[in-house]
Write a protein that binds this ligand. Structure first.
Ligand SMILES: [Zn+2]
Length: 140
């Protein structure tokens, strides 16, 4: 049994065909290799317009660069989603001595409108503000 594992490498040679970008045709066309430099086509002739020119490799399709996602605080995204539903008129002015319950709206002089997300213990709560979650003290 013959093992003919012939590797088919595309041998570029003078007189051979190669795909290249043609400046006149303004597209990728078949070219005839006229001259080689370092086993690469240097001078080619377009088979469409028969113009001789320097070899230009066909444009490689560039992998689209994934836009680098801007770092977004997930809390802020939640705030942006929830805040339009809030009735800011119902927000209680934040005061350290006021007792808040879960889902209460808070009007904080510095952080603006927020919502109590979680009561951690009798005097601590997690509040979602536009800038993110803040740990607040209340009911003191
Ligand atoms: Zn051409």
């Amino acid at each position: 049994m013959g093992t003919s594992s012939k590797v088919t490498t595309e041998q570029i040679e003078v007189g051979g065909a190669v795909k290249a970008k043609c400046g006149k045709c303004k597209k990728e066309t078949a070219h005839t290799v006229l001259a080689l430099v370092d086993e690469k086509p240097s001078q080619v002739r377009c088979t469409i317009c028969e113009r001789d020119h320097k070899f230009r490799a066909p444009a490689k399709p560039r992998a689209p660069k994934a836009p680098r996602a801007a770092k977004v605080n997930p809390d802020v995204a939640v705030w942006t989603k929830l805040s339009p539903k809030w009735d800011s008129a119902k927000a209680k002015k934040y005061n350290i001595s006021t007792t808040f319950a879960k889902n209460d709206l808070i009007n904080h002089p510095k952080f603006g409108i927020g919502q109590v997300q979680q009561l951690l213990d009798a005097n601590k709560m997690r509040v979602l503000f536009e800038t993110g979650i803040k740990l607040m003290v209340h009911s003191r």
